[in-house]
Design a protein around this ligand. Structure first.
Ligand code: ADP
Length: 267
């Protein structure tokens, strides 16, 4: 809302007078609310898997072991839930590392084609039960400067999301090329697409269009928040085009302060 939150403070002034100091604390209040929401979200996301694990553990004690068939299911579920917590904690750490990183850490030469080869291998293994056709169109001579780990997570978040949020036998295209004189990355899928009312909120922390679905894919809702952060540190911004029922395209260009050829042995 357009309402402002004001703080009034009355203070002594000179010998016999009072002074009223008015401060606009709207922004401060908003930040405080964001921080509270964030803590509440993190707690909730960690508590859900913990509840599942605790539930199974409470069912088992020395005199009351479940039958072996059930034990196997319990065991698998507990491992799955622990992995989920582990991945959430890792994503939180990476978010806080990116927020705390210094500007000069983002000026390393990066062999992007090599990085994308690694991501392609990971994508293929993730694709085993999805059977998408995944195409990588990579300009093998196009390198950039930046923070290698950060850009790697930006690239892979977008590729893995396309795999997750496209129904089996879909078509995914990954492009790395020069466009309008700038290095350009795009992932296009023919998946579910995203309704316009969700689009502008996708990069918020923990925002998910379909919570249950995203959780099943192991998603925490932090991937695009991390991607947005990484890109803003590289003076780039994420473009999202999407149409429900047709698919989505996530893309960005990377402005480079000076285009230099990077000797391969440095990368
Ligand atoms: P998650 O861990 O849930 O994948 P992200 O921050 O990466 O979190 O994505 C946020 C949400 O955006 C997802 O839960 C999903 O609803 C939506 N989304 C992301 N990528 C796509 C895509 N390629 N197609 C459709 N929806 C997507």
């Amino acid at each position: 809302s357009g309402e402002h939150v004001l703080e009034f403070r009355v203070m002594p002034y000179a010998e016999t007078q009072l002074m009223v100091v008015v401060r606009d604390i709207t922004r401060l209040k908003q930040l405080e609310q964001m921080r509270k929401d964030f803590v509440a979200n993190v707690s909730h996301e960690l508590r859900t898997p913990l509840t599942v694990v605790t539930g199974y553990l409470e069912m088992m004690d020395a005199d009351n072991m479940p039958p072996p068939a059930m034990w196997e299911k319990a065991h698998n579920t507990m491992i799955e839930q622990c992995k989920r917590m582990d991945s959430l904690v890792n994503q939180l750490l990476s978010l806080s590392r990116i927020e705390g990183a210094r500007k000069q850490d983002k000026d390393k030469p990066i062999d992007v084609p090599k990085l994308l080869k690694i991501i392609e291998t990971e994508a293929n293994s993730l694709n085993q039960d999805k059977h998408h056709k995944i195409e990588f169109n990579i300009d093998a001579s196009l390198d950039v400067r930046g923070a290698p780990d950060e850009l790697r997570s930006a690239f892979s978040n977008l590729v893995f999301n396309a795999i997750h949020y496209t129904k089996p036998n879909g078509h995914i295209q990954v492009e790395w090329a020069e466009k309008n004189g700038l290095p350009y990355f795009a992932v296009t899928d023919n998946g579910d697409g995203i309704a316009p009312e969700h689009l502008h909120r996708l990069t918020e922390r923990f925002y998910r269009v379909d919570k249950a679905r995203s959780r099943k894919t192991g998603g925490s809702g932090l991937g695009l928040a991390i991607t947005k952060h990484v890109l803003s540190r590289h003076d780039a911004s994420l473009q999202i085009k999407s149409e429900v029922g047709k698919g989505s395209c996530f893309s960005f260009s990377l402005p480079q302060s000076k285009k230099v050829a990077i000797p391969k042995e440095l990368s």
